[in-house]
Design a protein around this ligand. Structure first.
Ligand SMILES: [Fe+2]
Length: 174
């Protein structure tokens, strides 16, 4: 079954959310390659899976950097779970790509589909959504800091204008 993106899956960080959407697309592409009822197209599936492993590694790195930026307190354990998932995913995909065509390979690929969905749902829904309040807090702090900066600039411009006016008036009196 195709996974549909829902608003509730957004963490609020545009980079993480775009990555997650792309992961959903890749898993849906994997499903589409499996569907159809005919012989399983292992070549196409292997390509999608290798792309998925690569992209997952890149996504984890981006996500970990964002966690540090928003001072996410569970960064270390999240990072460990990323390593575990990536290792497991690479092992399963590696085993699959090395297995010759046949019933064993067909069975492996179906198990893999179940693992991918379970992992994705667990990764996004259970784990990544915990970052949401920290992402929001950081975004609010940024908005506030920008507002303060703009106010400070406006205040110094006002003071400079007042000073210039005072100097002009003083010069006219002389
Ligand atoms: Fe993620």
């Amino acid at each position: 079954m195709t996974i549909a993106w829902r608003e509730a899956m957004n963490t609020g960080d545009p980079t993480i959310d775009a990555d997650h959407r792309h992961l959903v697309d890749l898993i849906n592409a994997f499903e589409a390659a499996l569907a159809g009822g005919g012989a399983i197209e292992h070549k196409r599936i292997a390509r999608v899976l290798l792309g998925l492993v690569e992209y997952t590694g890149e996504h984890f790195k981006r996500e970990e950097d964002i966690q540090l930026a928003v001072r996410y307190p569970y960064h270390d354990s999240h990072r460990r779970s990323h390593r575990d998932v990536l290792k497991k995913l690479s092992t399963i995909v590696g085993d699959y790509t090395r297995t010759p065509d046949g019933p064993e390979r067909d069975r492996m690929v179906r198990d893999l589909g179940a693992f991918l969905k379970e992992w994705l749902v667990d990764h996004i829904i259970q784990s990544d959504l915990r970052m949401k309040p920290y992402i929001q807090q950081m975004q609010q702090q940024k908005v506030l800091a920008d507002k303060r900066r703009r106010e400070a600039v406006a205040a110094s411009e006002r003071m400079a204008a007042e000073k210039a006016l005072a100097e002009k008036l003083a010069a006219e009196k002389v």
